[in-house]
Design a protein around this ligand. Structure first.
Ligand SMILES: [Zn+2]
Ligand SMILES: [Zn+2]
Ligand SMILES: [Zn+2]
Length: 144
């Protein structure tokens, strides 16, 4: 019977098993020692992207994982980004390169952009802003 190649999820060592053993749920660990390690220690980590605290198995940290709390944070961290300073409140924030290139990344939040907007919207350069009174919070099209 052909054996199936598996990799120990703890130490990365190759394990060869026959299909029957895999059906029994084996093939994750090369040894009971590795199994024990996987099921025991967890360490507290801080997500490199969102700074949230989370718990991760210590063997994963040893293997270079455990930097991010979620796949989402990992994905975001891999996009090229820049540190920006908000023009209104001076807060530091991060925007993706592609957003900055499109002229975004000037304000940390929609609130700050609204403050900026109210300071520049005197009326003339905005077609939908007539007579200084509007029921729309953002008279011109608002895109972050
Ligand atoms: Zn192992
Ligand atoms: Zn995170
Ligand atoms: Zn701001």
């Amino acid at each position: 019977m052909p054996k199936i190649r598996k990799v120990c999820i703890v130490c990365g060592k190759e394990i060869w098993l026959n299909p029957g053993q895999i059906r029994q749920g084996r093939g994750k660990y090369c040894s009971s020692e590795c199994q024990h390690q996987a099921q025991s220690k967890q360490v507290a980590r801080q997500c490199e992207w969102c700074s949230r605290d989370f718990w991760v198995k210590s063997y994963l940290v040893k293997r270079g994982y455990g930097k991010f709390c979620s796949a989402e944070c990992y994905g975001l961290s891999r996009q090229k980004r820049q540190m920006r300073i908000c023009e209104i409140c001076g807060a530091e924030f991060i925007r993706r390169d592609c957003a900055v290139n499109r002229g975004k990344g000037r304000f940390c939040s929609i609130e700050c952009k609204a403050i900026w907007w109210s300071s520049v919207s005197s009326g003339e350069n905005c077609p939908s802003w007539r007579g200084g009174k509007s029921f729309e919070p953002y008279p011109c099209s608002f895109n972050g």
